[in-house]
Design a protein around this ligand. Structure first.
Ligand code: SF4
Length: 733
């Protein structure tokens, strides 16, 4: 491990021990709230509508900026389009030139621009009025979450901080006492401030209206109390009009905190005064704006380049709800102080940081995205966040400087990457080749790989953590077994036939689960042959080796297409390989090829479910007789909506199935092997293992997991081994 790697591993360990427990409680609370709140609406319809609105707004961005300029100026305000952070800060310094004090509501864009630092350097007193931001200002810390900047801090920590800083007459202890103190303190600041600065969740171009979505009401106080109001917003916050606001508002609070709607939704068309009702007055509410000043600062700071960048453009659709963070198992355990860059945190932070700060900032934390894909269905605007992370990872790989060692191995490796990329990543990306070699030379390869000197070399050279057990390669692969055997279809079912895809793990490490799949399908009357290709490209894809993944996708297409053309269905034992075909090949292959492969490919239990639903008799399969199981579905399988099929099949065969809710096992392919991330992987895995233990009752349940990684992690952490569900169905069991 390099010194740099050590510091990363140490930082993760420190955060796991310090901020981790509070972050986990809060992130999981938001995440559970999101599931419940989204269950009340037609989420798919709303998300599609929100996506359409954002796609259209970003497409029409130059036009919307001009419309907003005209509207705001007509209302009596001004619009400034800032090219970058320096430009924005110069303008703000000018606006605040005569101000002694500025009060701010929460705004990630002003964090991005370092507005506080700029104003404070000019002698302006700046006060954050969002409770979380205020806590962090007092603590002199950076936000750890997009919407809940201080959610890494417990009540006790905040009480200690406030008591030390403000020395109140009576020590503050409870959330109510802390909130009341902050409200009074900040209320005074707001009343005496010269300038109020807000962000904007949305800017409605047609009317020049700001939509502020908050839970504390501080944003509207900042907007209307001081005589001057400045709103700072990225250009991507523009939407055409109030007509487009509905789906956004409907989704934002549900996705963010699990609320049906936030406590405050303020629609302000500044310059505007406090809308105080005076029953004796005939003046319209909200009048008295003549002496007020309003500046809308729209910020580019790299966003127009992101708009032209196919890999980053989707990032601009982000409404910054934080759902991708809350649904991310790694984020749930370490929070944004590890999983974040200069400003932004969580899964989508890679896109924001790469766009506004540069690839180096994104490189600091990009590897914390394991591509589990649990954020994809959580995102209210359907951003393919893992793909953005993969694209940026690929750029990071390609931007690395070649070094002597890598130049030596370059040309010897069977990939399509350029010199200079991290050797460990390159090894994990080529795991298919290593497994082929390991299998051909087993058992010597296993003995050698497990010897202390080799483990030491693997850790120092490739970053493979010595505490993690290595897979044991089998000499007889699934493909070899298939070539030797006699097919054993009992009674053919219709004209269905299957080509079974031998993923790397099934073929070289655990052929037994592949054999079980063959026997189950043939027992149900479906002839099976094993495909002549291994590896879907998942391994290189997960390391950001897109060119190599594309090459492997083409090989899979070449191998499977003749089978699909001949009317066979492609069946996958490993959900992550199926997810490659169904979700990722559309980025790697011509559209028609990707569509054909995706349409003809199935997860093995999904396929069995389909057969049983279509009248195939399950009689040849062994029964569960009420055996108690805990089932953990693979993360990507859940994203594809295929976990229910396994539950249904196991239930139908008589098993008593309890299903886990953890978003991910923490192993995530190579992630759990990496020395930098081993502790985090185990911490995430332990949360899942705890869930399994809780489901046990007086006697242990059998543990069943669909994914290779999940099986490995659970077997490592529990005192019993996990098995693939297809093995329970094996007629030879
Ligand atoms: S990427 Fe999606 S889920 Fe993540 S913060 Fe943005 S809108 Fe929310």
């Amino acid at each position: 491990m390099s010194a740099d790697n050590e510091s990363r591993a140490e930082r993760i360990r420190r955060l796991l021990d310090t901020e981790g427990p509070t972050v986990k409680q809060n992130a999981q609370g938001f995440n559970e709230g999101r599931y419940a709140a989204m269950a009340d609406v037609d989420g798919e319809k709303l998300r599609s509508e929100a996506r359409r609105i954002k796609e259209d707004a970003i497409e029409r961005l130059p036009e919307l900026i001009e419309t907003a300029r005209e509207s705001v100026e007509e209302n009596g305000g001004s619009v400034y389009l800032a090219d970058d952070a320096a430009d924005a800060n110069d303008y703000l310094a000018e606006v605040c030139a005569d101000a002694d004090s500025v009060v701010k509501s929460k705004s990630m864009t002003t964090e991005e621009l370092d507005v506080n630092e700029g104003l404070e350097a000019a002698g302006v007193d700046v006060t954050e009025t969002d409770l979380g931001e205020f806590v962090l200002q007092v603590a002199d810390e950076a936000p750890s979450h997009l919407i809940a900047p201080g959610f890494h801090k417990s009540t006790d920590e905040i009480a200690e901080l406030f008591n030390a800083r403000f020395d109140p007459a009576e020590p503050l202890e409870t959330p109510e006492q802390l909130t009341t103190f902050a409200r009074d303190h900040l209320g005074d600041r707001i009343r005496s401030a010269d300038v109020g600065m807000t962000g904007a969740n949305f800017v409605l171009a047609e009317s020049g209206t700001l939509a502020l979505v908050t839970n504390e009401g501080n944003a509207r106080k900042c907007a209307v109390t001081p005589d001057t109001h400045v709103a700072v917003a990225g250009v991507e916050k523009l939407i055409p009009s109030v007509d487009e606001l509905g789906p956004m508002v409907e989704l934002l609070a549900r996705s963010a905190t699990g609320q049906e709607i936030s406590q405050y939704l303020s629609l302000l068309t500044p310059p505007t005064d406090s809308p105080t009702i005076d029953f004796d007055s005939t003046e319209p509410i909200g009048g008295g704006a003549e002496d007020r000043e309003f500046h809308l600062v729209l910020v580019d700071n790299g966003r127009f380049e992101m708009r032209d960048d196919e890999g980053l453009r989707e990032t601009l659709y982000c409404v910054r709800c934080g759902a991708c963070s809350n649904s991310c198992a790694n984020f749930q355990h370490v929070g944004g102080h590890a999983f974040g860059g200069e400003t932004y945190t969580g899964g989508i932070a890679t896109g924001w940081e790469a766009g506004v700060e540069g690839t180096d900032s994104a490189a600091e934390f990009n590897d914390l995205c394991t591509g589990c894909s649990r954020c994809v269905n959580a995102c209210p605007v359907k951003i393919d966040i893992p793909w953005i992370n993969t694209v940026v990872r690929d750029r990071i790989n390609r931007g690395a400087e070649p070094d002597a060692v890598d130049s030596l191995v370059d040309g010897l490796v069977p990939d399509d990457e350029e010199p200079g990329m991290d050797l460990g990543k390159r090894a994990f990306g080529n795991v298919g080749t290593l497994a082929k070699l390991g299998s051909a030379t087993a058992p010597v390869s296993n003995w050698l790989a497990d010897s202390a000197p080799v483990r030491g070399l693997l850790e120092r050279g490739l970053g493979v953590d010595a505490r993690r057990g290595l897979p044991e390669f089998q000499r007889e692969t699934l493909q070899k077994w298939d070539r030797k055997r006699d097919a054993a279809v009992r009674e053919p079912h219709d004209d269905r036939a299957v080509v079974l895809f031998p993923d790397v793990f099934t073929n070289y490490v655990d052929p037994e689960r592949g054999k079980a799949a063959v026997r189950v399908l043939e027992a149900l009357g479906v002839p099976v042959r094993v495909a002549g290709v291994v590896g879907s490209g998942r391994a290189p894809f997960s390391q950001g080796m897109i060119a190599t993944a594309r090459e492997q996708a083409e090989a899979v297409d070449d191998a499977l297409s003749p089978h699909l053309d001949a009317g066979r269905d492609a069946v996958f034992v490993e959900p992550s390989d199926l997810a490659m075909v169904r979700s990722e090949y559309e980025k790697l292959l011509p559209a028609n090829r990707a569509e054909t492969l995706a349409g003809g490919s199935y997860e093995v239990l999904e396929y069995v479910y389909g057969l049983l639903e279509n009248g195939v008799d399950p009689e040849p399969l062994p029964r569960g007789d009420g055996e108690r199981l805990t089932y953990h579905a693979h993360c990507q399988q859940r994203t594809l909506g295929l976990d229910a099929h396994t539950e249904a099949v196991l239930g139908r065969l008589g098993y008593d199935v309890a299903t886990t809710e953890a978003e991910c096992c923490g192993m995530a392919g190579s992630f759990g092997y990496k020395a930098d991330y081993y502790d985090l992987s185990v911490a995430v895995g332990e949360s899942l293992a705890d869930e399994v233990r809780e489901s046990d009752g007086p006697e242990d349940r059998r543990v069943v997991a669909s994914g290779t990684s999940c099986e490995e992690q659970l077997t490592d952490l529990l005192d019993r081994s996990a098995t693939h569900p297809i093995e329970l169905l094996d007629p030879e069991r």
